[in-house]
Structures are given as C-alpha cells and as structure tokens.
Design a protein around this ligand. Structure first.
Ligand code: PEP
Ligand code: MN
Length: 263
C-alpha cells in the first residue's frame, strides 16, 4: 500500500486543510515537550508568527531514563488545545501507547509515532484503526525498507494518512546526536508515494546545525520540516541543546522559503 508500484502518483495528506506532499513546504515547530501554559503559549505565538502551520509538543515523552521528565500527559494535551484555539495552528503530538492514543484523540490533529516505536507493531495497528493522520518517524536503526513496512502496518488497518519523517540514524559518528540520512528523501520518493518531511533537530542534537540541515532537506525534495523551538531553550526540560530560540527559527523559515521558491 505504501509503495509506488501500488500507487504511482504522490499522495497529498490533508490535515485540517493543510496539504502535506503538495507544492507548499509544511513546517511543524514547537518545543520538545509541553512544560507549562506560559511556555507553550509563547512557543505557539512565536512559531505562528514565523509561518509554521503546525505546533508540535510532547505530552507523553519516551525518555531514555525513567527518571527524566516524562511529560504532562493529558494536562499537556489540554494546553496544546488552548494554544490551537489561540493561534489556529494545527497540533501534532507523540502517542506512545494505546492509552495515549485514546486520550490524545480528541485534543490533536495529527499523531506522531516516535523513532523508538517505529517497530511497535501493536501500536502501529492501533493507529491504523484510528483515522487520524500520522507522522511516522524513522527509527535510529531502521532501514528504509523496515520503515516502509512500518507504514504498511498502519495502512493495512485502513489509515492511509501517513507522512514519513527522517530524523537521523545511528552511525559511528559522534559529533552529532544522530546522522541525518539525507539520502532517505530521494530514496523514499523513488519507492513510495507517501510524503516525507525531515526532523533536523533530533538528527543534529545541536542547535547550531539545524539551519544548514533544514536547507539541505528542502533542497533534497523534502515536503516539510519538524523543528524544535523553545521560548527559552536553556531552561528546557528535555532536548535543551537542540531547541531553537524563536529568532533563529524565524530566520530558518525565511531561508527555506527562498530555497523552496527556486525548486
Ligand atoms: C520528539 O519528537 O520529541 C522525539 C522524541 O523524537 P524522536 O522520536 O525522533 O527521537
Ligand atoms: Mn525532542
């Protein structure tokens, strides 16, 4: 179902009127995690002003350590909905379990499957049974074939609203958190009709590399970006090193629209 042989023409996924996979570059941005009303409102206003169409923010956080901040759960989802009402931004959030899917369903416009859950086949099937659009991240160690099979799990249950997201893979390189596999963009385009966006934040792990990686992603043909933006990155409760302050995100949006124009 995900392959180009099944469907040769590119799919356009409509989320609340925003089309992913069409001519326009779609930008999703916001903090790694929802931390407070003040933080998510400031982030929402800033990313809206810069031109993003989606606000991202984790409420169920899959942290490496069980002792790290795990997210505000339903309280976080309520705050995301408030931010939507205040700005008109669409909302995307990660779901990590069947329970999270049930809770998040009425608050958000798009589910995110995180890198760690790309081969959680039970979760993928559950998401397939919901009709909500889903952003499926590539795992740090999944091949493109395994990743497309993960999409197949969702689609085989009847949910065709799948958008892929390259977010860096694990390699021997330690200068960045992961290695952004820019090749995944043209490779996925050659194998699948599904749209693909790039997450430079989790790929790089360092704010200073987000701009060049974003430009490379758009130049390579990505349909959009998902970028971590925090009103005060130094104080972030998760992924502090990679979150952009609003001013830098604004510059990023200007630069990528220049690139998109010449493509
Ligand atoms: C995230 O988007 O905050 C996240 C946890 O990303 P990933 O699943 O790509 O690590
Ligand atoms: Mn993060």
């Amino acid at each position: 179902l995900a392959s180009k042989t099944f469907k040769p023409e590119p799919s356009i996924i409509d989320v609340g009127g925003v089309k992913i996979g069409g001519k326009e570059i779609v930008v999703m941005a916001g903090p790694c995690a929802v931390e407070s009303r003040e933080q998510i409102m400031a982030a929402a206003q800033a990313v809206k002003k810069a031109g993003a169409q989606f606000l991202r923010g984790g409420a169920f956080k899959p942290r490496t350590s069980p002792y790290s901040f795990q997210g505000l759960e339903e309280e976080g989802l309520k705050l995301l909905k408030e931010a939507k009402e205040a700005t008109g931004l669409l909302i995307i959030t990660e779901v990590t379990s069947e329970r999270a899917i049930e809770i998040a369903d009425s608050y958000v416009d798009m589910f995110q499957v995180g890198a760690r859950n790309v081969q959680n086949f039970q979760l993928l099937r559950e998401i397939g049974r919901s009709k909500k659009p889903v952003l499926l991240k590539r795992g740090p160690s999944t091949t493109i074939d395994e990743w497309l099979n993960a999409a197949e799990y969702i689609m085989s249950e009847g949910n065709y609203n799948v958008v892929l997201c390259e977010r860096g893979i694990r390699t021997f390189e330690t200068a960045t958190r992961n290695t952004l596999d820019i090749s995944a963009v043209p490779v996925v385009k050659s194998l699948s009709h599904l749209p693909i966006i790039v997450d430079p934040s989790h790929a790089a792990g360092k704010a200073q590399y987000i701009l060049p990686l974003s430009k490379a992603a758009i130049a390579a043909g990505a349909d959009g970006l998902i970028v971590e933006v925090h009103p005060n990155p130094k104080c972030a409760l998760s992924d502090a090193a990679q979150q952009l302050p609003p001013e830098d995100f604004c510059e990023l949006c200007k630069d990528i629209s220049k690139i998109a124009e010449i493509l």
